[in-house]
Ligand binder design. Structure first.
Ligand code: NAD
Length: 397
């Protein structure tokens, strides 16, 4: 097998790396479109970005209308602005929603068509995208280091996962200072998203040695720093390790894959507007229990890396311990189940089959160590609706 590795051309990370955005943009274009949102503006990040651009003599315009999970409408509106203003470089400043919108814009700007044309490889972007500098403000999606964009198609309520080399940013700037303002709920949701990326990349049928290294490092960094980032968000060291871990996790799954959790999570986001990281967390323990027997050795390897007191346990017991740790994390970070989030059971039951079909169509479940049938996915959705995150703590030797 020939394994492929794709990464951004340049990665800058660490405290104050954001200050590089002006000079790096100047190397790539003359007029930048900043794709961001109103919260980033309120926090002063957009003004800071403009200051750096002006210091490097780069002209700029802003699109700030992203409001959480991105849709084709945000993509079309910001593309329109880019074309009207003749911008030749794009900066995404924000969470995965801003970065994913920007990825779609830079590809459509040179390759044309509608973003839905690129779903499932119907159209392949052959022309080089406009240069994109991705500046994440959440330690979560890792989108700054992936060739993936996730955009909701508003005509059929499908969250399209589109993966092609052209969607890889040219530059990633990962400055943990920008994540310190992230409130607890967002820190929890985005942190568990990153953990899910790393775990799924590691147990995926598409895992390869390079992604194993990234994924295991990411799992350790995230598990060791997520609670501190949640409870003590000012701790820049913990935030830095989370930002780094999330980027590694993104690079891991982009070169391996995500699996069943992500496949099932996107339809929940599209239909019930649950933030992506929260819906991942709602599914992760139950889906790992479903998959456990087919990836015991890999889960046990994760457990032996994380826990110092499992040397005497067999692999099955260590795998159970890993799932227990994730359940405990969900409890500590106050992750609700689907019922607790307020999703009406009747409304949920009505769309179970659509969600299962959309999950399968995305292709992600086929990468899972245990490949589910449509009926098994429906069964898992039912299990997760009122799932209790109760650790077993009964691991046998
Ligand atoms: P997000 O971008 O939707 O942001 C969530 C909220 O947090 C927004 O209101 C935003 O303004 C706010 N926020 C962001 N940073 C903040 C900060 N530092 N301080 C205060 N508030 C802040 O959340 P996300 O989880 O980063 O991105 C989710 C999207 O990314 C989903 O659409 C998901 O499907 C997608 N995604 C993409 C990839 C990929 O590889 N392309 C991977 C995983 C997820």
């Amino acid at each position: 097998m020939v394994a492929t590795v794709r990464m951004p051309r340049h990665v800058f990370y660490g405290k104050d790396s954001f200050k590089r955005v002006g000079e790096e943009t100047a190397l790539l274009g003359k007029k930048a479109l900043i794709i961001s949102d109103k919260i980033m503006e309120q926090l002063g990040y957009v003004t800071e970005c403009k200051t750096y651009l002006e210091g490097a003599n780069v002209d700029h315009v802003t699109y700030l209308d992203i409001d959480s999970e991105p849709t084709d409408q945000y993509v079309n509106a910001s593309l329109h602005l880019l074309q009207n203003e003749a911008c030749d470089v794009v900066i995404a400043l924000g969470g995965g929603s801003c970065i994913d919108t920007a990825k779609a814009v830079v590809v459509l700007a040179t390759n044309g068509g509608d973003i839905s044309d690129y779903m499932n490889g119907k159209t392949i972007a052959k022309k080089k995208a406009l240069p994109l500098l991705a500046v994440p403000t959440t330690a979560g999606t890792g989108s700054e280091a992936t060739d993936v964009t996730v955009i909701t198609n508003t005509t059929n309520d499908v969250k399209m996962m589109i993966k092609q080399p052209a969607f890889m940013p040219e530059v990633a700037i990962v400055d943990p200072v920008l994540t310190v303002s992230s409130p607890r709920g967002i820190t929890a949701a985005t942190g568990i998203d990153a953990l899910t990326h790393a775990i799924e990349a590691y147990i995926s049928r598409k895992a390869q040695p390079f992604t194993d290294t990234l994924a295991l490092s990411a799992i350790q960094l995230i598990v060791e720093n997520i609670r501190e980032s949640y409870y003590n968000g000012e701790n820049l060291e913990a935030r830095g390790k989370m930002a780094y871990g999330a980027m590694l996790a993104g690079a891991a799954f982009s070169n391996s894959s995500v699996c069943l959790v992500h496949g099932m999570s996107r339809p929940i986001g599209a239909l019930f507007h649950v933030p992506h990281g929260i819906s991942n967390a709602m599914l992760l323990p139950a889906v790992l229990e479903f998959s456990q027997a087919t990836c015991t050795n890999r889960l046990a390897h994760i457990g032996r890396l994380l826990f110092s007191d499992v040397a005497d346990l067999n692999d099955e017991a260590v795998a159970v311990r890993v799932v227990d740790e994730i359940k405990q994390l969900c409890l500590d970070l106050k992750i609700p189940n689907l019922k607790g989030w307020g999703i009406d059971q009747q409304a949920f039951d009505l769309v179970l089959e659509k969600m299962a079909q959309d999950a399968l169509t995305s292709g992600s479940p086929a990468n899972n160590p245990r490949v589910p049938t449509e009926a098994e996915i429906v069964g898992l959705y039912k299990t997760c609706y009122d799932y209790q995150f109760l650790p077993q703590r009964t691991a046998s030797r």
